[in-house]
Design a protein around this ligand. Structure first.
Ligand code: FES
Length: 154
């Protein structure tokens, strides 16, 4: 193989690696350069139930990852991990102010700003759970952000 052909092949191979998402063979996919993970879909409840109650607790992507779905009139249903990104305390949802509050060191996370930390010790937002509404059923399908205590969202 000539040097020029070798370089063309190498550049093409490296370019393909740069744009390909990393797959792990367990149904989850991490988009390169992000903390976004796509997981197998899991039904968490019905849209009408979440709208009627205002919130719904569930776990995703596994039983060690508590989450809360919230009905927001302007946005439909949104959901977040409820483990504080500072040191993992369970955060509490304040419905009146639409923020999560951490009782351990008083961090606050704004639901209307996609879980952005707005006060306290935490330096990263709450992981947002990506949802899909299929008919009246709500499914969790991915996690945007690193769940506290994990080196990756495995
Ligand atoms: S664990 Fe939540 S602010 Fe420290």
């Amino acid at each position: 193989m000539k040097r020029r052909d070798f370089l063309k092949t190498s550049v093409g191979f490296l370019a393909a690696l740069a744009v390909a998402p990393a797959s792990f063979g367990t149904g989850r996919t991490k988009l390169e350069g992000t903390t976004y993970f796509k997981y197998p879909a899991k039904k968490i409840g019905s849209f009408n139930e979440i709208r009627r109650k205002g919130t719904l607790s569930f776990s995703y992507p596994d039983n060690d990852s508590p989450c809360l779905a919230i009905f927001v009139p302007e946005a439909g249903v949104v959901a977040f991990s409820t483990l504080c990104t500072h040191k993992g305390c369970p955060v509490i949802y304040n419905e009146q102010e639409r923020v999560f509050e951490c009782p351990c060191h008083y961090s606050r996370f704004d639901v209307d700003k996609e879980g952005q930390e707005v006060l306290g010790q935490a330096t990263t937002k709450l992981p947002r759970i990506e949802l899909e509404v299929r008919g009246n059923d709500v499914y969790a399908v991915g996690v945007d952000g690193l769940i506290w205590g994990r080196a990756s969202n495995v």
